[in-house]
Each structure stands twice: as C-alpha cells, then as structure tokens.
Design a protein around this ligand. Structure first.
Ligand code: HEC
Length: 151
C-alpha cells in the first residue's frame, strides 16, 4: 500500500519561519565600500570605433562638457566637484582604469554608480564609445595631439 503522508500545514509553518530571516531595511547599510568591477560579459562588448582617433577627438569635447567637472580636465580625478564626493572620481590615467577592457569602461559609464550617474539616456552609444576612445588617449596624450583626420 502507498503511503502518501503529506503535511501541508507543517510546510506552511516552515515557510513562515523562513520569512522571519529577512533583514529589516534599517539594518542594510547604504555605505559603498566595495571596488567597482564590471561583469565579465562587459569585456565581450566590441568597440565599433576601436583605434579611431577622430572619434577620440569628439570624445574629448564630450568629456570636457560632461565628465571633467568630477574627473578633471586631464582625467586625473581632480575636477572641481571631486573634493565633496565619496568615493572619489576615478583617475582615468591610472593603470587601474587603463588595464580594463573598452567594453568594461563602456559598461561603467552606461550603468553608473553613485555618485556618478548612468549615461545610458544622456549620451548615445556612439558618444559613449567616443568617450572610451578619448579615455584611452589619456595614457599617452601626445597621440591625440599628433592625430590626423584620416580615420
Ligand atoms: C558627479 C561626478 C561625476 C561625473 C559628472 C562623472 N563621473 Fe565618472 N565617476 C565618478 C565617481 C565618484 C566614480 C567612482 C565610482 C566608484 O568607484 O564607485 C566614477 C567612476 C567612473 C568610471 C569607472 C572607473 C574605474 O575605476 O573603473 C568611469 C569609466 C567613469 N567614471 C567615466 C565617466 C565618464 C565618461 C563621465 C562623463 C560622461 C563621467 N564618468 C562623469 C564621478 C563622476
């Protein structure tokens, strides 16, 4: 004979106990201490403007208009608004930034993280790639100066 010994009430009781494990919202700290890492998939996003220095020049204009207030004119993270921010704006000339893939940098400016906004709506995809190309030139600024308009 088959023994169908179910206990629906017991199961419901266990579920209710489980709900008690939820943390009250007040216990969740809003403080942001972790390093900002883009997801692995971001590395696979291909830069359609790779090595295009004309795009980098456009990126420079966008950078001065939108990013320099925090990241500084030369991308060192020392813009006029930087002092009051936690965490501090990234230094785009640093190895920490330059060693990331184009896709990761694109993902970060698309996604944002407080106090930095997302630029998904404010800038087009092309503009965001132009900015990636400009950020790339910050490690060797002379490259941009001597760039011709051929590409
Ligand atoms: C309101 C100030 C502010 C503005 C404006 C701003 N950023 Fe940021 N940005 C930050 C801060 C602060 C961080 C560091 C965030 C963190 O580490 O959690 C950051 C981080 C970044 C990073 C990630 C760097 C890393 O360490 O991996 C990139 C890329 C970036 N910003 C690009 C841009 C671009 C491009 C613009 C302009 C379109 C821009 N930001 C505008 C404040 C700003």
């Amino acid at each position: 004979m088959k023994n169908s010994n179910n206990h629906p009430m017991l199961i419901a009781g266990l579920l209710l106990c489980g709900a008690g494990l939820l943390l009250p919202a007040s216990k969740i700290s809003a403080q942001q201490t972790s390093i900002w890492v883009a997801p692995k998939e971001a590395d696979l996003i291909k830069n359609p403007l790779e090595d295009n220095l004309t795009a980098a020049k456009e990126g420079k204009k966008l950078y001065l208009q939108n990013c320099a207030v925090c990241h500084g004119d030369k991308g060192k993270g020392d813009g006029i608004a930087a002092a009051g921010l936690t965490p501090k704006p990234a230094n785009h000339t640093s190895d920490k930034v330059q060693n990331q893939s184009d896709g990761a940098i694109f993902w970060k400016m698309t996604t944002g993280r407080p106090p930095m906004a997302s630029y998904k709506e404010a800038l087009t995809e092309t503009q965001r790639w132009q900015l990636v190309n400009y950020i790339r030139t910050l490690k060797t600024p002379d490259k941009l100066k001597t760039a011709t308009a051929k590409n």
